[in-house]
Structures are given as C-alpha cells and as structure tokens.
Design a protein around this ligand. Structure first.
Ligand code: SAH
Ligand code: F3S
Length: 482
C-alpha cells in the first residue's frame, strides 16, 4: 500500500486559475506526500508570474514539470515511467516541449538525472523553486539547468500558493521544511535538508486568507510537525545558541496550533506528521481545549519491536509509545489514531514481526499506511546494514499487518454505528452522484444523500451503515459550526 494524501490524486494534472495575458502552457503533476502537492502550488504561483498558465493536455505543454518522490524505489520507478511518456509525446506531437523534474528525486540524483534521462532539461531541488525564473531563462537559451542547493532558511513563507486541483474547502499549509531525525531507513533528511520552521505570522496570514476565500479546513504540514519551533528564524538544531529573548518568545507546535485555532475558530485544523518521540502532552492538551482542532493524530511507529526501533534510530521504545497512546486516549477519548509501519527492515525476525502485530492489537488503529522495506541509497541502513529479509517474507508480513489493520479499521467504523458525526462536505461521492462525501473530525470518510446540503457545509450525519473505511449515513441537520 503506497502512502499518499489521496490515492486518486497521484500524478493528476493540476489546474490553476488562469491569468489573462499568460501565453506559455505549463503541465505540472505531483507524486508522493502532501508536501509535494503543497510545493507544486508554490511552483505554480512562481510560474504564473513568469507568463505560464496550466494545461491538462500534455501535448500542448511548453513546459512539463513533475514533482517527484524518492521515499521507496517504487515511487521512483513511477516517475521514470512518466518520463518515458513525456518522451513519447514530445517525439510524436510536441518537439519544443521542455521537461523539468522537481522534488526529492531531483535532489537525490542531481546532475545524474540530466545524464540518465535525456528528456530532462531542468532539475530543481525542493529548496530552489524561487530560482525557477533564472533556470527557465537558461533552458530557453537551449542549455540544461540545475539547482539542487538545500537551504537553511527557505520556507516559501512569502509565496502565496496558487491552489491547485482544489475542492475549495480543504487546503494544506506548510509549517516546517526538512527533517533532522535521521531515521536510518529514510531518504527525506537527504532530499529535503535540515529542519526549519516558518514564521507563525505568515502561517496565520495564509490561514486567514484561506478562510476569506471560503476554505473550511486546513492541514498543517511538516515532516515532523511536533518539532516546529520559531525563534525568529534559523535551523532547529541551532536553537540552543539563541538569545534569552528569542528563547522566551519562541513559538512551539502547541502554541502554533493554539494561534491557528484561535485565529479562525470556525475553521477545522488537522496536522501531519507527528513523531512519537517529539509529540508533547501540551499538544494533546491543546487539541482537547479547542473544538476546531480535529481529534485525529497520525502517529507513525514503523515497528513494534524495541530492537528494530533502535536500529531504525526511532528514539522511543515500544513502552514509551504505549504511554503516549494511553495519554492521548485519556485526554481525548474519541481521538482517532493512524500509523505508518514497515515490514522487513534489515534483521527483522518473526519475533519482531509478532511484536508489530501485538503493538497493533494494543492500539487498534483507526487506519494505517503499511510498506515493505525498500532500501534507499545513501541512508545509514543502506550503508551499514544488509537488506537481508527476503522479498517474499517482507510481502507476507505486509499482507499480515494489512489484514490485521483491516479488522481493526472495521471495529473502529462499526463503533460509530448509530452515532452522529460532524461532516465537512468536500465532494461528490465516487460511487453515487446522489451522495456527498466528506470527513468526520476523526478523518473517516462519510457518505450521505445530498438533500439540500452543499460543498463546504458542516453537516451532522447519523451513521446507519459502514465498511472498514467508510461511514454511510443520513444527514440530520446543519452542525452548529456552520
Ligand atoms: N515524517 C514523514 C515521513 C515521511 S515518509 C511524514 O511526514 O510522513 C512516510 C512513511 O514512509 C514513513 O513513515 C515510513 O513508514 C515509510 N518509509 C520511509 N522510508 C521507507 C523505506 N525506505 N522503505 C519503506 N517505507 C519507508
Ligand atoms: Fe523520515 Fe524519520 Fe524524518 S521517517 S521524514 S527521517 S522522522
């Protein structure tokens, strides 16, 4: 199971508001995590000022950009396939088309991309998007262009993203970039650089702007949101040498959540991703204090075995994770919890795998994103450990945890039967034109007959039926939040 913000959206062509007078056509698509989708909105904003409007038609594009993911080998293979497709379209229909790669693969492969993939004219890493105008000028003059410099400051806090592919109701807002955690399996610290936080004022301004445009829900994004720390700029790791005044006035994640919840009391807030080693009780208490912060935490654990957690450089034990879960459930009894899990990390035994299964049984997660270990070049695990669990074993263990998760998901959705949940209407149901689809605060998809309701409404829905992933119900009226 690949982790995505929404399986359907992967690679979908993005549409941006067309600016009058813009002549050049941009085709932009994104793969991977929510941060990539959010970054593409920043790129679209920068290119709108360079005379580009978007097109959904590859054959018309003057410029094709693909925002790439390196998290697992399969994600990279997907992008390679897209490059083949661009190549075919260029040859058959559009000889002047230029192709650029953005994101994590650009950062990981750097100039190798230009050598390996002849179709690529432009390589831009995640911190270099503001250099796109200069890079494009080079491409226009017939040269390949590259910028993969990682930054200590860039947060794009001053770029107003152009909302792409938007339902006009929910939006992502980036709050940190990079990651300092160095989990031994993970390529992100290498492709997205050191951790830095965005000025809270620019975050609140973006949220206010979204509210004024009719948006009703914001997900605050970071690789590791709990380590958000604003003390006037700078890397997270340099905070210790900040001045006393900077320390006294610093804004941590729980304060930021409070600022957001307070700034727009009718807007729903979510956040992703939390790391168990960094999540504080303060964050949980802030969640319980504000009704508009959704009772849902995505809390990746990766393994249930202490031995494997240590080898992964996850800086908490199984026991400490249980304590955190117990605290969340004690303070917010109806809080939904989801996870990421990896099977077949180097040296993982059947006993370790049993520990993962028993951890899942203890927590009974609402849902989860599960993966077979994929060795990533340059990571500590790749350099120091042998990828020694056979592929078939990884896959079998993956199937076992997926099956167990499905049981737990079903328990969770069944527990909602006959209860009433608040749903923010996001879109038409995929299965029926007569039904709306939206999410509960706990992040479960809910479908119900449309009646007089419309997209963007908060509706109270009585749950009458369910599958393991979806609640099915009847609207009983507007929420008082409406
Ligand atoms: N903190 C990040 C995590 C990014 S990676 C976030 O914002 O979500 C998302 C998930 O991919 C991780 O939690 C992990 O479960 C999985 N993953 C990362 N590297 C992997 C690898 N080498 N093989 C398999 N799964 C991996
Ligand atoms: Fe990756 Fe671990 Fe950071 S999974 S993104 S290094 S928290």
């Amino acid at each position: 199971m690949e982790k995505t913000i929404d399986e359907k959206k992967q690679g979908e062509t993005l549409i941006l508001d067309q600016k009058e007078g813009n002549k050049r056509k941009l085709f932009i698509e994104s793969y991977g995590c929510a941060m990539n989708f959010s970054d593409s909105e920043i790129v679209a904003s920068i290119l709108t000022d360079q005379g580009f409007n978007t097109t959904q038609n590859l054959e018309d594009a003057d410029l094709v950009l693909v925002n790439t993911c390196s998290i697992r080998d399969k994600a990279e293979q997907t992008v390679r396939k897209r490059l083949e497709k661009y190549n075919a379209v260029k040859k058959a229909h559009n000889p002047n088309m230029k192709v650029g790669v953005l994101g994590c693969m650009a950062e990981r492969l750097k100039s190798k991309f230009l050598e390996e993939e002849k179709i690529v004219d432009l390589v831009v890493g995640p911190d270099a998007y503001k250099d796109l105008p200069n890079l494009l000028a080079e491409v226009d003059e017939g040269r390949d262009a590259i910028n993969v410099i990682l930054s200590k400051e860039e947060t794009y806090g001053d770029v107003a993203p152009v909302r792409l592919n938007s339902n006009g109701v929910t939006a992502f807002v980036s709050i940190t970039r990079g990651c300092d955690n160095m989990c031994t399996f993970c390529v992100v610290p290498f492709t997205r650089g050191r951790e830095r936080s965005r000025d809270p004022q620019s975050i609140v301004e973006e949220i206010n702007d979204l509210w004024n445009k009719g948006y009703k829900e914001v997900t605050l994004l970071g690789q590791n949101v709990d380590s958000y720390l604003w003390y006037g700029g700078g890397l997270k790791k340099d905070f210790d040498s900040a001045s006393d005044l900077q320390k006294a006035t610093a804004v941590n994640f729980s304060k930021l959540l409070e600022l957001c919840a307070h700034a727009q009391p009718k807007m729903r807030f979510r956040f992703s991703t939390s790391n168990p080693q960094d999540m504080t009780l303060d964050v949980i208490k802030t969640m319980s204090k504000y009704n508009n912060i959704c009772n849902y935490v995505h809390l990746p654990v990766q393994s249930g075995s202490d031995r494997i957690l240590k080898k992964m450089n996850r800086l908490h034990t199984r026991h400490e994770y249980f304590e955190l879960i117990d605290n969340i459930k004690a303070i917010i009894p109806d809080c939904a919890i989801s996870h990421d899990m990896i099977t077949g990390f180097p040296t993982e035994t059947e006993e370790d795998h049993e520990d993962t299964l028993s951890l899942m049984t203890y927590v009974k997660y609402d849902f989860g994103y599960m993966f077979a270990y994929s060795e990533r070049p340059g990571t500590l695990a790749e350099r120091k450990m042998e990828d020694d669990v056979p592929e078939a074993t990884k896959k079998r263990r993956l199937a076992e945890i997926v099956a167990l998760q499905q049981e737990h998901s079903k328990l969770r959705t069944e527990a909602q039967l006959n209860k009433t949940v608040e749903v923010l209407v996001e879109k038409e149901s995929k299965k029926s034109k007569a039904q709306w689809a939206g999410r509960s605060p706990q992040n479960t998809m809910v479908v119900f007959p449309k009646a007089e309701y419309k997209i963007g409404d908060f509706v109270m829905v009585k749950v009458t039926n369910c599958t393991s992933a979806t609640l099915i119900g009847e609207a009983i009226g507007y929420s008082e939040n409406n």
